[in-house]
Design a protein around this ligand. Structure first.
Ligand code: ZN
Length: 558
């Protein structure tokens, strides 16, 4: 009987049977040609049918895996346009300081980490945020020296723009009262001129250069941890900003062993532009799981560290309007690198947060267009946080993608207005204004700066409810997005930002079969509940890489 059935099925369909079928789903496709459907069929890596249960059932064969979605929401997998995947993975096993709300707790957690760290090994990461404890004073080496006698410490602020060293780390780095501030950086000093341990922006390099590089084993462990987390929160693609080349080698190793379960686009530093330019590859070079061909540049610092570069001074610090980053000094150096990258057809992604930094980057992008003529470049500005009113239209005219992280809005929204005033805050994380001007939005998290969970980001973009609970109706509510717009930015928007909108970003026949099944319908529930929504299944290609009913993420081999 089985044999007869097979033969009949094969002859009547004259096409191969699907590897995977999802039926009884509430499918949100993010495809305007067919926004909603009931079922999806997948053959190999790709979607072959989207339609009603009956239409898709025609693809069923004897070996097809069938998932009954029981009416749950199925949508394209999330594509995080800005992550630091390896630091994220490392952070999963590092000291966690982000939720620390007192000096005592800060010291206790560092002491605990020191106890489990071998003598001489560095204690790193942390993501502390001084605004979360009383007085908001920066931590100093005196806090932690007594509990870290055996280990150098260099724990970072959550935005990565300043870090705290203990005395052992300063000693290894040779940083003393006589060390001058490097260009684009600050060594924070006490009244006597001695370093307190806090180093800002370019000054962090003084210590970073003496930290031993990660071993291959450490990197591999970090990436595996990051892949497990990504699968569990429905992230099927990430765009890794500023990876080391060794990170890319680890991705390739995992790709070869069939363990790379998240698709990766890697954008190494623009200071290394010659490497990619000389091979002759262009943007989005590679395969469905691993691509390169982009470069990450830095124009300024962050709002939190008061190093974002503004036209006007900070409202609460009249002598300071921020810093241009080291790569921008002199500006001609950055222009030269960008022109070289653009001539080679590489994509440029520039971190710019303050309004003047963004404006200067737009000038540089315009220079490249002028020099080399029209082309599909998809220049990006990462963060694009504080916009000058005059620059929205220019952003759109140059076709620049705003690669934004809405979670930062509900986090920084707690204190940003005190720092930059009402007028500038009204053009901060201005997602609605970007869309009104026809700017392409790509969503991401900046993980490990913010949580990787995309539902928190959707929640942030839709509610703009700050984490302190003080803006339940939204901080600058006119900038809220609808759930549909937020989902679009997180799927098609991010795919566009990596030149992959023809390959992924929607549930469309022919595209890669990256999908998530959610516990609730985010389009119909109360927006405040979106942050509680769980990912039930994550599908990449035809592989189910996360299944919360069997909470063991997918892995091949061992
Ligand atoms: Zn970043």
């Amino acid at each position: 009987m089985a044999v007869l059935f097979c033969a009949a099925a094969a002859s009547s369909q004259s096409r191969p049977a699907a590897d995977l079928i999802v039926v009884n789903a509430e499918v949100w496709t993010v495809d305007t040609n067919r926004p909603q459907a009931q079922a999806v069929a997948v053959l190999g890596e790709r979607i072959v049918a989207v339609g009603t249960n009956a239409e898709v059932d025609a693809w069923r064969g004897p070996h097809t895996t069938v998932i009954d979605a029981a009416g749950k929401l199925l949508m394209p997998g999330f594509n995080d346009a800005h992550v630091h995947f390896v630091s994220g993975g490392l952070q999963l096993e590092s000291v966690q300081l982000n939720d620390v709300t007192s000096r005592e707790e800060f010291v206790r957690r560092i002491a605990e980490q020191a106890k489990k760290t071998p003598k001489g090994e560095w204690i790193l990461n942390g993501d502390w945020d001084e605004t979360k404890w009383p007085g908001a004073t920066l931590p100093t080496k005196e806090w932690i020296d007594p509990v870290t006698v055996n280990n150098p410490v260099f724990v970072s602020r959550y935005d990565g723009h300043s870090s705290l060293a203990n005395s052992a780390a300063l000693k290894l780095a040779g940083v003393t009262a006589r060390t001058p501030d490097p260009p684009g950086g600050t060594i924070v000093r006490d009244a006597q001129g001695n370093p307190t341990g806090d180093l800002k922006d370019a000054a962090t390099a003084l210590v970073e250069r003496v930290i031993p590089p990660l071993s291959h084993e450490q990197r591999l462990r970090a990436v595996k941890g990051a892949l497990r987390l990504a699968a569990s929160v429905g992230v099927t693609s990430v765009q890794h900003m500023a990876p080391d080349y060794e990170d890319i080698a680890v991705y390739d190793e995992l790709l070869q062993s069939n363990e790379l379960t998240t698709r990766i686009y890697a954008a190494p530093l623009i200071t290394q532009v010659d490497d990619q330019a000389k091979i002759g590859i262009r943007h989005a070079f590679g395969g469905p799981y691993l691509r390169i061909g982009a470069l990450k540049a830095f124009a300024d610092g962050s709002l939190g560290s008061r190093t974002a570069y503004f036209f006007e001074p900070f409202s609460d610090e009249p002598a300071n309007h921020g810093l241009l980053g080291e790569e921008m000094q002199p500006l001609s150096l950055m222009r030269e690198r960008m022109l070289k990258a653009d001539a080679a057809g590489l994509q440029i992604c520039t971190h710019a947060i303050g309004d003047q930094a963004i404006s200067i980057v737009l000038d540089l992008y315009a220079d490249a267009v002028k020099a080399h003529g029209a082309a599909d470049r998809r220049f990006r500005i990462e963060h694009a946080q504080h916009m000058a009113a005059k620059d929205f239209a220019r952003f759109a005219d140059l076709g620049v993608v705003a690669s934004v992280q809405p979670y930062h809005a509900i986090d920084d929204g707690r204190w940003a207005e005190a720092r930059i005033g009402h007028d500038r805050a009204s053009r901060t994380y201005a997602f609605r204004t970007f869309l009104n001007h026809g700017v392409h939005l790509a969503f991401g998290t900046d993980w490990d700066v913010a949580p990787l969970n995309p539902l928190l980001t959707i929640y942030a973009a839709v509610t703009r409810a700050t984490l302190d609970g003080k803006n339940p109706n939204g901080w600058f509510p006119e900038q809220k997005l609808t759930v549909e717009e937020a989902v679009h930015a997180y799927t098609m928007g991010s795919a566009y930002a990596e030149f992959q909108d023809g390959e992924k970003g929607s549930i469309t026949p022919g595209k890669l079969a990256d999908m998530v099944l959610l516990s609730d319908d985010i389009f119909s529930i109360e927006p405040t509940k979106i942050r509680e929504v769980k990912v039930l299944k994550t599908i990449v290609g035809s592989r189910v890489i996360w299944d919360s009913f069997r909470p063991q993420p997918y892995s091949t081999g061992n």
